[in-house]
Ligand binder design. Structure first.
Ligand code: AKG
Length: 276
């Protein structure tokens, strides 16, 4: 038994490359999170759309609080140890009845974080189910090396270059539905993706992508980190401040600068640039 995960959950992560569902926030807490997030989206629609959904934890205290929540960090610590850095976040929102999907991919193929001592924590802020496009994972796929991805630049593909693992046996994948306030944790090499939102409700997910140990370097470009727990004895990355109020111009400028650098990482070696 770890700080948050049971032995069975830790074993599941080692075997399958992901573990879910993990209860984190109560129904009341996640309702407050959603209300704060949606109020911010209403007030700053342009600032929190498209590329503004990357690293929004630098501009919104509600997302900062999630990224540093001790219950999430306890679960992450059970899998990667006590020294933890927040190295980036993404709001993955699918609007009702939209065709956007996320093709089969391995995060480690294009994020540039080496070695793979890191983890993605994905929090459901709405109900997340098969109808509205929950993630699907291929259990055990993290035990194999990285595989080649094809850049499809598909119009509805929400990944930057539509990077896709070809010939995935979809029958071998499993859905990862989550109730609001529940979390999944996945390994950098697990093959995963998600379908479109065919429901009448928003599908709202917030991914801390990723929590890294201080021993993880960025081998393609530059990232910033925040100390979430423990110490950073490697000092590979510059440390960033945490926001104290929503959408301060200086924080927005910082987020946009880090996102420009992130874009260089995502498009390294690509034939062309996609939407963001
Ligand atoms: O939100 C989704 O459907 C996919 C997110 C994803 O691919 C990830 O967090 O690594």
């Amino acid at each position: 038994m770890g700080k948050r995960l049971t032995q069975a959950q830790t074993d599941a992560y080692a075997r399958d490359g992901f573990v879910a569902p993990i209860d984190i926030f109560s129904a009341d807490e996640v309702a407050e999170i959603r209300a704060e997030l949606e109020a911010a989206e209403t007030r700053w629609p342009d600032g929190l759309a498209g590329p503004g959904r990357n690293n929004a934890h630098y501009v919104l205290p509600v997302l900062d609080r999630i990224s540093h929540d001790s219950r999430i960090l306890d679960a992450v610590e059970d899998l990667i140890g006590p020294d933890i850095l927040v190295a980036g976040t993404t709001l993955f929102i699918k609007e009702p009845e939209t065709s956007g999907f996320i093709s089969w991919h391995q995060d480690a193929r294009y994020i540039g974080l080496e070695p793979h001592d890191w983890i993605t924590a994905w929090l459901a802020i709405s109900d997340v189910n098969e109808e509205n496009g929950c993630m699907r994972m291929v259990p055990g796929s993290h035990t194999a090396p990285l595989v080649e991805h094809v850049d499809t630049y598909g119009e509805d593909n929400l990944l930057t270059r539509g990077q896709t693992v070809p010939n995935v046996d979809e029958a071998a994948s499993v859905p990862v539905p989550l109730k609001p306030g529940q979390l999944s944790l996945h390994h950098p090499r697990v093959v995963h993706g998600s379908g479109p939102n065919r429901s009448g409700e928003r599908r709202i997910g917030f991914a801390i992508q990723s929590y890294i140990t201080p021993a993880v370097d960025q081998v393609i470009g530059k990232i910033w980190v925040q100390q979430a727990r423990g110490v950073d004895e490697y000092a590979y990355h510059e440390h960033a401040a945490r926001p104290t109020e929503a959408m301060r111009p200086a924080d927005i400028a910082f987020r946009d600068m880090t996102n420009d650098k992130l874009s260089e990482i995502f498009y390294a070696g690509a034939e062309k640039k996609g939407r963001y």
